[in-house]
Design a binder for this molecule. Structure first.
Ligand SMILES: NC(=O)c1ccc[n+]([C@@H]2O[C@H](COP(=O)([O-])OP(=O)(O)OC[C@H]3O[C@@H](n4cnc5c(N)ncnc54)[C@H](OP(=O)(O)O)[C@@H]3O)[C@@H](O)[C@H]2O)c1
Length: 263
């Protein structure tokens, strides 16, 4: 369907931006939000992956502009700037950012991690999340009616590490700091910020858990996973609350994964 056709009838829908919307949790959340009548801007680097999410949404059958793919690398300030210009030009406001784009990096011992690999994880998980949150914050502060919600995608790794995950663990702990600062600084402007900490949703990123992954005791074991759609339902619930209410932190994990019980 041509882009213009997706934009007809935008009035009345709330507008969400999902980063990393071309796969995994981002795609599942985009589908859940569209089902809840949101207009969803899909961001990620691969245009074909975003188009596939749009196809799965089945926007042709929905009245109004269910989705708008905007290929974006969230590590590039100019691309994030252009993304938010597009959102303001097309829809006039942003009600929700799901700050989801992320990467794990190579699972190697600390002493073997290259600086480039460290930087690549920090670039997307921390700098990219900051750039999107800052642009969303500015938009939400300035728009009328004022306010909106930011949901950051943390992780169980925002609480405890896996072996050989220093960059991922450090950046996911940092995400908790972003969440707390955004929550505090957003109070005067009706900007709510919460965080979802996920454990073992079945996506590309967790393929290793299903194949067998290194445990703290040195063994390699297969771990239980859960459906990304079960995470998406929680995000949709957090998104649906009035701005006076906020899920500050939510943990959604595969029930039997090694975490509670220290293994
Ligand atoms: N699956 C889990 O169990 C789990 C657990 C805890 C936390 N998480 C978090 O959930 C988020 C999504 O992960 P996932 O499991 O759904 O894995 P995934 O399918 O690999 O998703 C990662 C997404 O991030 C996007 N991305 C990566 N770098 C980007 C960049 N520079 N600019 C824009 N988009 C970028 C990717 O799209 P492109 O490659 O097209 O850019 C991709 O869609 C991550 O933040 C991850 O840390 C997942």
């Amino acid at each position: 369907m041509p882009q213009e056709a997706r934009e007809d009838g935008a009035a009345g829908r709330k507008v969400a931006l999902v980063t990393g919307a071309g796969s995994g949790i981002g795609r599942a959340v985009a589908l859940a939000l569209v089902a809840d009548n949101w207009t969803v801007v899909l961001a990620g680097r691969r245009p074909d992956a975003l188009e596939e999410t749009a196809r799965q949404v089945g926007y042709a059958g929905i009245e109004g502009p269910a989705v708008l793919p905007v290929p974006t690398d969230v590590t590039r300030p100019e691309e994030v700037g252009a993304l938010f210009t597009t959102i303001r030009d097309r829809f006039g406001r942003l009600d929700l950012l799901f700050n989801n784009a992320g990467a794990f990096g190579p699972p190697v011992p600390v002493e073997e991690l290259s600086y480039d690999d460290w930087r690549a994880v920090v670039d997307v998980n921390l700098d990219g999340a900051f750039l999107c949150a800052q642009a969303a914050f500015r938009t939400m502060k300035e728009q009328d009616p004022q306010g909106g919600r930011i949901i950051n995608n943390g992780s169980i790794s925002a609480h405890v590490p896996r072996p050989h995950s220093i960059a991922y663990t450090a950046t996911k702990h940092a995400m908790t700091g972003l969440t707390k600062s955004l929550s505090l600084d957003g109070r005067p402007y009706r900007i709510a910020c919460g965080q979802i900490d996920i454990g073992n949703a079945a996506t590309e990123m967790t393929g290793r858990m299903q194949a067998g992954i290194l445990q703290a005791n040195g063994r390699t074991e297969i771990e239980p996973v859960m459906d990304a759609a079960d995470v998406a339902r929680t995000v949709a619930h957090m998104a649906a609350l009035p701005l006076e209410a906020n899920v500050q932190f939510a943990t959604v994990m595969a029930t039997a994964m090694p975490y509670i019980g220290r293994g």
